[in-house]
Design a protein around this ligand. Structure first.
Ligand SMILES: NC(=O)c1ccc[n+]([C@@H]2O[C@H](COP(=O)([O-])OP(=O)(O)OC[C@H]3O[C@@H](n4cnc5c(N)ncnc54)[C@H](O)[C@@H]3O)[C@@H](O)[C@H]2O)c1
Length: 337
């Protein structure tokens, strides 16, 4: 199958392209490299053992997309989005334009090219301040920041479009907390500037690029007072995408699925597991809660198991080991000197 992977040079996209390539699919990476680099594409090709096609383009640009669809495409995976909650609060219009306008233009290009299968990167953020854990796909949806609102609206756009097109299939994958890296240590998460996510912050402190980890909130009503989340290995997520493509190729309609392990770990549990499995130290300090953060959130993953036959295989130790190998082998991420 020929799969157009929009945002395929990024963290989750690169792992997914490797998984798809290793399954024998033809992958075309489409990315404007606003948060990624060509080095990632070279490394993907190295892992797959053959070149990976790349089109540098923007999902808001019809002409770029027309080039991508020109050679025929069976399915689109849509990772292309800006994803920083903090930045979305200071630059909401940039997020609305990139994420929402981009998705509309992408759907228009799919319609023009008669491509009717899409797998979409959504997020647990669409559950907002969910009061129920584990959270199921039927829980109320709510946005608590502009980034979350874009994900919610993108889901709705795809759902409405799907309802208007009898042959369309859409899979909305709601990731919980993706972490870890490919076991080769060749591809991984390479944030520019201060990492917004916990694991890259932990690994950068462990390698002494940063002095100390700030743990936001030590007084939540949880086991040890710190926030509890559902961390999921990026290689497991990549495999879930391959299963979602299979579903989209054979089924019709639009479904939303949680992707997590179904287990919640606190920030302190993650730090201790990281220190135990890697032998590295992670000095930390507990600071004020971050506005908008919930105490605990983990997924009910039964639907992904039933619908896709997918289940996460890697535990927290493996996530820590692989994230650490990536960091050790690439102390500055993809920024090669
Ligand atoms: N990483 C997480 O914690 C997480 C959690 C939940 C959901 N998601 C979602 O998963 C997707 C992938 O996340 P990631 O962590 O791999 O992020 P990432 O930033 O590493 O990857 C996104 C890729 O999309 C590209 N891109 C952005 N805007 C584009 C545009 N207009 N045209 C073409 N390319 C564009 C970027 O250059 C980047 O390579 C995003 O949609 C994100 O919202 C991520």
């Amino acid at each position: 199958m020929k799969i157009l992977v929009c945002g395929g040079a990024g963290y989750i996209g690169s792992h997914t392209c490797v998984a798809l390539g290793q399954l024998g699919h033809e992958v075309v990476v489409f990315d404007n490299l606003s948060n990624s680099t060509r080095v990632a594409i070279d490394r993907m090709a190295e892992l797959v053992g053959r070149p990976v096609a790349f089109i540098q383009g923007d999902i808001r640009e019809r002409r770029d997309l027309a080039r991508a669809f020109a050679g025929g495409v069976d399915c689109v995976i849509h990772f292309a989005a800006l994803k920083s909650v903090g930045e979305s609060c200071s630059r909401p219009l940039t997020y609305f334009d990139n994420n929402i306008s981009g998705t509309i233009t992408l759907l228009q290009a799919m319609e023009a090219a008669q491509v009717s299968r899409m797998v979409f990167s959504s997020s647990a953020t669409v559950y907002g301040n969910s009061e129920q854990v584990p959270v199921t796909e039927s829980a109320p949806l709510q946005a608590t920041n502009p980034y979350g609102r874009t994900k919610l609206i993108m889901e709705e756009l795809i759902r409405d479009y799907s309802a208007s097109q009898p042959g369309f299939s859409g899979v909305l994958l709601r990731y919980f907390n993706p972490v870890g890296a490919h076991p080769s240590g060749r591809i991984g998460e390479s944030p520019t500037g201060t990492p917004a996510n916990l694991m890259p912050y932990v690994t950068q402190v462990a390698i002494k690029r940063r002095e100390q980890l700030q743990v936001f909130g030590g007084d939540y009503p949880t086991r040890d007072g710190t926030g509890v989340r559902d961390y999921v290995h990026v290689v497991d997520l990549a495999e879930a995408h391959a299963s979602a493509v299979r579903w989209a190729m054979t089924q019709q309609g639009c479904i939303a699925l949680n992707l997590g392990t179904g287990c919640g770990y606190s920030v302190l549990e993650l730090i201790r597991t990281f220190e135990r499995t890697t032998g590295a130290r992670v000095p930390y300090r507990i600071v004020e809660r971050r506005p908008g953060d919930v105490a605990e959130l983990w997924a009910d993953v039964s639907m992904a198991r039933e619908v896709l036959g997918w289940q996460a295989r890697h535990g927290l130790e493996r996530m820590c080991e692989d994230a650490w190998r990536w960091q050790l082998n690439n102390p500055d991420g993809y920024q090669v000197a």
